[in-house]
Ligand binder design. Structure first.
Ligand code: MN
Length: 163
């Protein structure tokens, strides 16, 4: 009897990035890389929030576990911490169609999200929570970087240099 080898679930990560402007980087493990979007206001669990998500360069999978301080003089200089992460399922669509639905299984982000490119735009997408049992109308973004966590971070160049 042959044992079926079950591939592990793909993962997502949201980085809280204290660069010149605080933003959140939403990354989906997909096709061997981390497809990445910079979300100025961060993701929301409130289906009424339509979060602008600007597609940026793919990142190496190794970047997914990066936490640290990107050194001065490097692009995106500043502290990066993981705001949330977990497994996810691609429910429909894909990145080439510029439209998809994903089921996120994070600590903070749970349930179905739509991610779609705005018509007529090249890099601007919207990240929107779908209404389901996990939706939170009163959702407020709370950052995770504290002074004590900042002290624990070391200055190091990330696995790939990009935004
Ligand atoms: Mn960033």
């Amino acid at each position: 009897m042959s044992k079926e080898i079950r591939a592990r679930m793909p993962r997502f990560v949201v980085h809280e990035h204290h660069a010149t402007h605080l933003h959140f980087d939403f990354r989906l493990e997909m096709e061997g890389v981390l497809k990445s979007w910079a979300v100025p206001k961060g993701p929301s669990m409130n289906p009424k929030d339509r979060r602008l998500a600007i597609m940026v360069d793919d990142h190496a999978l190794a970047y997914g576990s990066y936490e640290g301080i990107i050194p001065e003089g490097s692009y995106g200089a500043g502290a990066v911490v993981i705001w949330d992460r977990g497994d996810y399922e691609l429910l429909r669509g894909n990145v080439r169609e510029s439209r998809m639905e994903v089921l996120l299984k994070g600590k903070k982000l749970k349930g179905v999200f739509a991610l779609a490119r705005m018509s007529g735009k090249e890099k601007e997408w919207l990240l929107i929570k779908k209404r389901d049992g996990f939706a939170e109308d009163g959702f407020q973004m709370k950052t995770v970087l504290t002074p004590s966590l900042l002290k624990k971070l070391t200055t190091k160049v990330p696995p790939c240099e990009s935004s």
